[in-house]
Design a protein around this ligand. Structure first.
Ligand SMILES: CC(C)(COP(=O)(O)OP(=O)(O)OC[C@H]1O[C@@H](n2cnc3c(N)ncnc32)[C@H](O)[C@@H]1OP(=O)(O)O)[C@@H](O)C(=O)NCCC(=O)NCCS
Length: 167
């Protein structure tokens, strides 16, 4: 599946982006470039036909979770001695207010998961995790098959499930 996003770069008008959640707007305005420079995470952007107006963005980074919080049905084949399990964190996903509820969130989420699937072929994270901001975001991710991880506020989807969807 072709990727439709590109890495955030100087031509993008990030200051104009507003999704209705200050923390996600502020991240794009002030922090995303810093994190990219410091190699902490990457930020992919979907832009309008002018190639400058940002319709939505998401971030990806490496992360890990403790094995004990993974629901038992997903950890049957994991070696018990591995306490920390590598995952890819889809840390933020946000759509510009004017473009919400038009299917773009779905398109960006699929784009992110396809990318994660590709990554998994070379560095092997076990799952993709998200860190929903609130119950609305939780409900959103649940629609796409993400499962809650106990006591962490995070949700995950195993890479094998993602591969089954796209390969
Ligand atoms: C949440 C968000 C990413 C959804 O993107 P979007 O482009 O508006 O959503 P889509 O049009 O792709 O919707 C896809 C499906 O999810 C549903 N949906 C959208 N927002 C939802 C929500 N908050 N809760 C539950 N379902 C939701 C839509 O109705 C649609 O369902 P359908 O296919 O059955 O009609 C976007 O509204 C947003 O950026 N919100 C502010 C930031 C935020 O909360 N991000 C969440 C990650 S922390």
């Amino acid at each position: 599946m072709a990727q439709i996003t590109e890495l955030l770069n100087p031509k993008h008008r990030k200051k104009e982006f507003s999704c209705g959640k200050d923390i996600l707007d502020s991240y794009l305005h002030h922090q995303a470039n810093q994190d990219i420079k410091r190699k902490l995470s990457v930020c992919f952007v979907l832009s309008d036909s002018d190639n400058r107006t940002i319709k939505g963005y998401y971030t990806l980074s490496n992360s890990s979770i403790t094995q004990e919080i993974i629901p038992s049905k997903y950890r049957k084949k994991l070696p018990g001695s591995y306490t920390s399990i590598p995952v890819t964190l889809l840390g933020r996903l946000a759509i510009e207010k004017n473009y919400q509820r038009k299917g773009i969130g779905r398109v960006l989420l699929v784009d992110a998961l396809v990318r994660c699937c590709e990554i998994s072929k070379t560095i092997g994270p076990f799952a993709v995790i998200v860190d929903p901001l609130d119950t609305a975001a939780e409900n959103y991710y649940e629609k796409f098959g993400f499962v809650k991880l106990p006591d962490s506020g995070k949700m995950f989807i195993p890479m094998t499930t993602i591969r089954g969807l796209f390969e």
